[in-house]
Design a protein around this ligand. Structure first.
Ligand code: ATP
Ligand code: MG
Length: 588
């Protein structure tokens, strides 16, 4: 269906005045120094993410407000800011009691259970560097990451330990302590070489003075999604908290009375920056769902928990779209005020689906593990151009550049010129290095510019449009084709649930466009539909850009953070080695 190119925001549609009401004025007035002054800082000097997220509120008026509401299997557990303060202090004391020093690395391998959140925040309080991993990782990816990060402590559950860590324990030379949270199928006390977290927590003091970390001290290690190759370990410092605060305020529009739900797992940077830190900084109540995606369950959570700000990802939205509008119509979302998405380009279809089914359009925003926080966003007060990532955050300077051979860049300033998306260095959450790969880190910079590896264009109104990752862009008969454009056109067809597009080497035109498509329930992958899709794409995109070949797949291969892995589609198509598949979602 063809739809208008813009969603206009009227004052009447905004349920409350947003923090960022006037984009240009806010950008003019904004400085990172001023943002930093909105935070408390440590009493004796220094800066610590956990202090800003938890202690500041526990010492103030939000002590009794619910910080986290965990939706477990059946059970429901709430922790107030005061309780969170006491429990994270206990955890920090546990580390101290074990002789774990400041700057040592704590890894967490667990589902979205309370212990994960206590371990992350407690480690930061103790001045340790913390790295949450996806609990679904197998032994191999766990070992690689732990060894790369020189993990001294691992917090996990009894059953995860038994299945995934015990068999490789001998290959983890830096690991000194394993702390086990209880779970259903194994009593933690029974496993040799481990300690029972609950018992240690019960004995620990609930007072702990946050270690006086400095803004440039290392705080978090996050591994990239592995969409384009072997995941890289991005290093972030306590100063990142200033970006978390500013983006929580302006891009997510968090107000203290919000109920916020970030659906990302902390194993992906989104689930830490926005599933843990940013909402706490703004004193909101966060819903944490332990379970995996389920369309009905998700609609029920949005409705029953009265979620007001929702941060999710295109893959989840596509799955909700696939589940059909009838299911959504059984639920009501009167409290939902703002919906945002990150991780992959958001097809215009999905933006409109939000407006029609949830009653709120979806606001796409763009960032990377390396940027630590949202950099480009659709803001509540600004019109949306569906398909666009929006405008840079106040304090962020984004540009379209062409890197030069001499190490500098040419700025492309004409509207709609395509080039590499670059950010002026200096925002607080910028990565400070890749673990064990200084050369790769240096390659990210050209003078003052951080090069993102994504291709984009900026239109005459300053909106940024994602074209593709430089690795994914297809060169066909002199055209540069971004897979997103082709995928979005295919998504407009009522039969299509998901599409992944690659370039397939061709002797004549360089590469031909090939699409892999998964269908919505009720559609049959037959020749007639293939021809209909080829025709639809040709009509929408023109013969030069439309796919020449379409294959049907039951599902597309995806990373654990939900991104379509085009490199895997390509490797499989061409019979090449699959490369690093440590982040590949099971069954894909
Ligand atoms: P790897 O670097 O290991 O290949 P990755 O780049 O997918 O994995 P992340 O840091 O999780 O790892 O993802 C950042 C990337 O995701 C961006 O560089 C961009 O390509 C894509 N991305 C994120 N948000 C958006 C968005 N709103 N629109 C388009 N692409 C996006
Ligand atoms: Mg990347």
């Amino acid at each position: 269906m063809q739809r208008p190119a813009i969603i206009r925001k009227t004052t009447a549609e905004l349920a409350r005045p947003p923090h960022l009401a006037d984009y240009a004025a806010t950008c003019r007035a904004f400085t990172w120094d001023a943002a930093r002054r909105e935070l408390a800082g440590l009493p004796g000097g220094g800066l610590n993410i956990a202090y800003e997220a938890v202690e500041r509120h526990a010492l103030g008026t939000r002590r009794d407000q619910v910080a986290f509401r965990f939706l477990g299997a059946g059970a429901r557990r709430e922790l107030s800011y005061g309780e969170l303060s006491a429990l994270t202090s206990r955890f920090a004391n546990v580390l101290r009691g074990l002789g774990v020093a400041r700057d040592e690395r704590v890894f967490v391998l667990a589902g979205r259970i309370p212990e994960l959140y206590l371990a992350v925040l407690g480690s930061l309080k103790a001045g340790c560097v913390v790295s949450p991993l996806f609990s679904a990782f197998g032994p191999e990816p766990i070992a690689t990451r732990l060894n790369l990060g020189a993990g001294a402590v691992l917090v996990t559950t009894a059953s995860l330990y038994r299945r995934k860590v015990e068999p490789i324990r001998a290959q983890l030379p830096t690991l000194r302590h394993v702390l086990l949270a209880a779970d259903d199928d194994a009593p933690p006390a029974a496993l040799p070489g481990t300690l029972e977290l609950a018992a240690l927590m019960a004995q620990a003091d609930e007072h702990f003075d946050t270690v006086p970390t400095q803004p440039e001290d290392l705080a978090l290690l996050h591994f990239t999604s592995g969409t384009t190759g072997t995941p890289k370990g991005a290093m972030h410092v306590h100063e990142a908290v200033v970006t978390h605060w500013a983006t929580g305020r302006y891009a997510l529009d968090l107000h203290a009375d919000d109920v916020f739900w970030c659906t990302a797992d902390p194993g992906w940077v989104t689930g830490t920056s926005y599933g843990i830190v940013a909402p706490l900084l703004h004193g909101v109540t966060s819903v944490i769902d332990e379970a995996d995606f389920d369309a009905e369950r998700w609609y029920r959570i949005l409705q029953d928990e009265a979620v007001s700000v929702w941060y999710t990802a295109p893959t989840a939205i596509r799955m909700l779209m696939k589940a059909g509008p009838e299911l959504a119509r059984r639920y009501r979302f009167p409290r939902l005020r703002f919906v945002a998405s990150v991780g992959e380009p958001l097809n215009p279809e999905a933006v409109w689906w939000g407006a029609e089914v949830l009653g709120r359009p979806i606001h796409d925003n763009w960032w990377q593990t390396e940027t630590g926080g949202i950099m480009i966003a659709n803001f509540p007060a600004l019109d949306i151009k569906p398909g666009s990532m929006g405008l840079p955050l106040p304090g962020v300077e984004a540009a379209i550049v062409r890197p030069r051979a001499d190490g500098g860049v040419d700025l492309l300033t004409k509207p709609d010129e395509e080039g590499e998306l670059a950010l002026k260095r200096g925002w607080p959450a910028m990565l400070r290095g890749y673990l064990g790969n200084e050369a790769r880190y240096r390659k990210c910079f050209a003078g003052d510019w951080y090069l993102t590896g994504d291709l984009a264009r900026r239109d005459a109104d300053g909106y940024f449009w994602f074209v593709g990752r430089s690795d994914d862009v297809i060169k066909s008969a002199g055209h540069l084709i971004g897979p997103f454009e082709v995928e979005s056109a295919l998504m407009e067809h009522p039969a299509v649930a998901e599409a992944g597009v690659i370039g397939k080497p061709d002797a004549v035109v360089g590469e031909v466009v090939k699409a892999f498509v998964s269908l919505k329930p009720g559609f049959v992958p037959d020749e007639a539909l293939r021809l209909a899709l080829l025709g639809h794409a040709r009509k929408r995109l023109g013969a030069a850009v439309a796919p020449k070949e379409i294959d049907f797949l039951p599902t597309l291969p995806r990373t654990r953070s939900g991104k379509i892995m085009r490199r895997l589609l390509k490797a499989r198509e061409l019979g090449l080695p699959e490369g690093d598949t440590s982040t590949l979602e099971a069954g894909a």
